[in-house]
Design a protein around this ligand. Structure first.
Ligand code: ATP
Length: 226
């Protein structure tokens, strides 16, 4: 869970990704694609070699060793991601050393509730449950309630939905969506399928996609209108 006190990173930052399994690899690649500098670390030589041409740097190292982490210059990084799941001890030790070194944004992946609890107790700035979160997201899509579903907080979500037939040809001001349904339409698509920000004068067309934000219950209710 994100902690507000942890500072947000700038657009182009230095990130160390520890653990190059499926999650760490995909995350490291995406960070590279969005213009960040990424150091990928793993104890597995094969994974380190495999990603050596895709990331800024890759190193074979055991991050449970304090001296090794110092050698990697961890205090210079804007953010660190601990993408070790199965080896609880390695995940906890690594996270603890990163926090001790003062890395300003430490993200750690948890494979279970208890794993997540320990990471939070250590003071980890962001604990993520990728499988759990993705499972919840897909459930809302499979159930047909929404086209996509992104939890922002425990009780606040953003969802992609369709404009209900009864809204066709009306603008957001006259529909009074916020006061009637307790949700906010954030963006809309026109005939071209591209999203643009929503304004009070934006006219909705039945069947077009919209992005809506709000608390879970009112948002689910709103999306079921479509
Ligand atoms: P995924 O689901 O992302 O494939 P996982 O949850 O199964 O990963 P692990 O297999 O525990 O997670 O760890 C991911 C990677 O972390 C592995 O490639 C492993 O070699 C690496 N790793 C484990 N311990 C350490 C460590 N002490 N230092 C560096 N890398 C480590």
């Amino acid at each position: 869970m994100a902690r507000d006190k942890a500072k947000r990173r700038s657009l182009h930052s230095n990130v160390i990704v520890i653990g190059l399994g499926r999650f760490g690899t995909s995350l490291a690649r995406e960070l590279m694609a969005t213009g960040h500098e990424v150091l990928g670390v793993d104890t597995d030589e094969r994974l380190v070699q495999q990603l050596s041409h895709e990331l800024t740097h890759t190193v074979k190292a055991d991050t449970t060793d304090e001296a090794t982490l110092k050698e990697l210059g961890i205090q210079e990084f804007d953010a660190a991601v601990v993408a070790i799941g199965a080896d609880l001890e390695a995940s906890i030790l690594t996270t603890s050393l990163l926090l001790q070194a003062g890395v300003p944004n430490v993200w750690a992946k948890a494979n279970s509730k208890s794993h997540g609890k320990i990471l939070e107790q250590l003071g980890c700035h962001h604990v993520i449950f990728p499988e759990n979160e993705m499972g919840k997201r897909v459930a809302h899509m499979v159930s047909g309630q929404t086209l996509d579903y992104v939890p922002i907080d425990n009780d606040f979500v953003m969802a992609k939905s369709e404009v209900p037939q009864s809204f066709d040809g009306k603008n957001l001001a006259e529909l009074k969506i916020r006061s009637t349904y307790g949700v906010t339409v954030v963006a809309v698509t026109k005939g071209d399928g591209k999203y643009t920000p929503a304004f009070p004068e934006t006219v909705l067309k039945a069947g077009n996609q919209i992005v809506v934000a709000g608390q879970v219950d009112p948002l689910n209710e709103f999306c079921s209108l479509a």
